[in-house]
Design a protein around this ligand. Sequence first.
Ligand code: NAD
Length: 694
Amino acid sequence: MQGRFEKRGDVGIIWINNPPVNAISVGVRQAMIDGVAKLNADAEIKVGVLACEGRTFMAGADITEFGKPPMSPGFPEALAALEGSSKAIVAAIHGTALGGGLEAALACHYRVAIASAQVGLPEVKLGILPGAGGTQRLPRLIGIEAALNIIVSGDPVPAAQAAKVGVIDKIVDGDLLESAIAFAKDLVAKNAPARKIRDISIDTAKLPAGYFDEARKRIAKEKKNLFSPQRIVDCLEAAATLPFDQGLARERELFNQCQQNSQSKALQHVFFAERKAANIPNLDKSVKPREVKSVGIIGAGTMGGGIAMNFLNVGIPVTLLEVKADALERGVGVIRKNYENTASKGKMTLEQVEQRMALLKPTLSYDDLGQCDLIIEAVFETMAIKKEVFGKLDKIAKKGAILASNTSYLSIDEIAASTSRPQDVVGMHFFSPANVMKLCEVVRGEKTAQDVLMTALDTTKRIKKVGVVCGNQDGFIGNRMLGGYAYQANLCVLEGATPEQVDNVIRNFGMPMGPLQMSDLAGLDIGYKSRKDRDPASFDGRVTRSADLLVELGRLGQKTQAGYYDYAPGDRTPRPSSVTAEIIEKVSKEYGIARRKFSDEEILERCMLALMNTGCEVLREGIAYRASDIDVVYLYGYGFPAYRGGPMFWAEHEVGLKNALEKLKKYADGKWLKISPLLEKLVAEGKGFASIGQ
Ligand code: NAD
């Protein structure tokens, strides 16, 4: 059993002990039931405390029991025992009381917490809802609106805020157990009852007319396309209108609906995929990360500034280097302005702005980078410049410093070769805006040392990003895959679809932006320039012809307020352009392509399955360790909708690999779209992506 009962005078303590996070295993559930029985059987004991050993209160369900047959006693039985105790029980909360942890605390009669504790019901993030009375007890305790906000956001609530809304009765200083015992004894002295939340009824007369319908509409906008937030509103309506036990039954029914919905499977996949990405396979057990206490960044442009902010935000000092004073001043100014904007929205104080800025040391001299533990280069995307920068770094960086490049496409091995220490060179590819986007591709060069790779990956976690290791190849994982996807989008346009139709289909699928809109954002001139340097046989000139003509007309995208779309000043909303439509028609004619009507379905299949097909190549070539890493790249770097699990998960579980292959065969031309041999192999062997990689 993962707990014990302790009698301290007239107080009974139900201890839970299931390291590391007191997950609510079958043993923990049994300990709660046994504890309540002992508490009530001993006539000398007047009151109880539910407390957890170790670093946290019960942090949630036991994930090792997921997918296994239910084990008795179940969680609802344990909660019924706690709540049914005739002697009051005080939950003593430290660390986090999340999900089942908070549900257990809510089944107690009172709650005290230390100031650093957090409570919350994060189930919505896994596509489900609190299934053990959370949706029925929380609104009874703190009211419908406050409960709805907590359950629909799924975010942890700091103790002070939780006390303000009434989840916690008292925040205690000093020793938690002693304070909880004092609180419990005070209850006895006051003859306070074992207050059961189930007995509280919600006064629906206080709710505005049509409250729940309004809430459904509001949440449909905020949590677009998501299934479980709507079911959460249903649960809260049940809490407001049904007796407690019927409300619990309704909660169970809605919980089951969420669990059967494909979104919960996708979101759970995302949860595990993100954790798996932190694992580097075949790593020598003795490898330890290097220490990173100070960071140097070269280039204070779009990316350098954003990357610097990530480190400043977590208190790591940054030395920021530029070639020219004006560029440096501009870069530092942008960082300050970003922080000040955040402060003006009330999301940080002016004092915090100054604290962060004080950690930033702007410089024009390489010597100032000499003592940095990690140096990240974010200068122009030109190999000659990168080599020059790394050559200089090689001369001034201290021994053991990690030298990273934020390059989007260039070879890390070639960059590393410009130093005498290629083992210390690694890619750290952030996504724009670098202070916002959560992804960082950590690029493993041929000679990158294991501890360097490990340090880079660990660093992404320290700055609250999700790191994914990838091999050194043109475009790494994310941008490489973008190629096939954008190709299909442009081909659809060439053959008869409009940019609006293509972008709408992709947005309706759940991506934040369509591919043509994305080109306008990045700037059509970037692709144009790179094509000028490339062998014309290496790309299909037909699908890039429209973009070339747009650029030649000065339509470079959002920055010129005209690209594929027209834009009004200061407005990023794309508006269909008659100039673009004419160009596209002209290009189709030029290549003798009869334009035809496209179904939305065809556009979606062509773009998304091409994306997955390149993903298969990335996997086959060992550029990604596992398919789930590819999903993580798309979720956090490109805004792929989490409720679809990522491009690989979506193709496997929503489309089916066999079906996906058949569809792709219709579009494959053997040149620009070649079917990945890995996909064919998996289908032939009846296997899934889980069988590949490590
Ligand atoms: P940018 O033009 O905004 O900034 C580059 C900065 O580097 C400029 O301020 C420039 O003055 C400075 N610089 C140039 N040469 C230098 C040198 N020798 N020493 C010191 N500073 C120098 O470019 P960016 O968009 O920030 O891109 C930087 C890098 O990040 C590129 O490799 C790019 O491919 C990569 N990247 C860009 C994006 C993006 O969306 N912009 C996304 C991911 C990665």
